[in-house]
Design a protein around this ligand. Sequence first.
Ligand code: SF4
Length: 312
Amino acid sequence: MKHSLTRKGGVRPLLSELVINWHITEACNYRCRYCYAHWTGNNRELVHNVPGTMQMLENLWQYFHPQNVANPLRQAMDWKGIRLNLAGGEPLLYAEHVHRILTDARRIGFNTSLITNGSLFSLELAQQLAPNLSMLGFSLDSGISTTNRQIGRQSRHGQLLAIEHLQEGISAARRRNPELQIKINTVVNASNCHEDLSDVILKLAPQRWKVLRMLPIVTNQLMVSDAAFQEFVVRHQALGDLMCIEDNTEMVESYVMIDPLGRFFQNALGQSRYRYSRPIPEVGAAQAFATVGMDPAKFCARYLGALEKVAA
Ligand code: SF4
């Protein structure tokens, strides 16, 4: 773990980048039963508001910029850069907005990444988006059609994601940007916990495979037991160099997260709802962040572990 020196001679963990996750929309073409992408509030999602989006990006940059010593997180850790990660819902329902936000964020100085369910990813989008991304992530829980249907990973018309389609998209994105890191996110849940995903993961050859335990915040559907989750991890031990494992305790209060209305939010075990700040474009990032907080120790542990895996 890298460290930096404080003015008083102490040490702080030094991250290569601080990651801010913006869930740009709640809308999705899939209906996963465990989905936690549900937020309160009926206002229009910020992604459709071009000046509001720009203002939020600038607010975030000013507040989380690595040189801003006024950021209270700096008492616990340092970071060299900021990565804006776009997630959903399914962000590629608004592919043009995604392209615009990624372009603006890069111009401001952010590193950028995107997480998608892959169903709308095309060769054209690979061409358009890959140059503006340092990481491209796909959520994938199974290579088996019946499991995907049980989970709800299908469109309204019953269309499923084909692994070959994903492979083609990933290859095109890698050709366009050879520096691009590919990540697969798998939520281990009651439907897929007995499966072996090794072949699928090896086919897609990501730099990182994030294995998350289904988190019972918004719903308990498809919850998985401790034993079944551990068995899944052990079954895939041969892929240990790629795997980043997140059990539920590592997943709470360890992310910087923004909802579709531009509010910071935070999850907490034992609470059935998220906590929210006021919208960032209204009150600024400092005031909004102060009301939700985050656990810097958990954040550092998760990101340092993950980044070491990518670097390996
Ligand atoms: S793909 Fe993601 S956002 Fe869409 S329903 Fe599934 S978990 Fe929710």
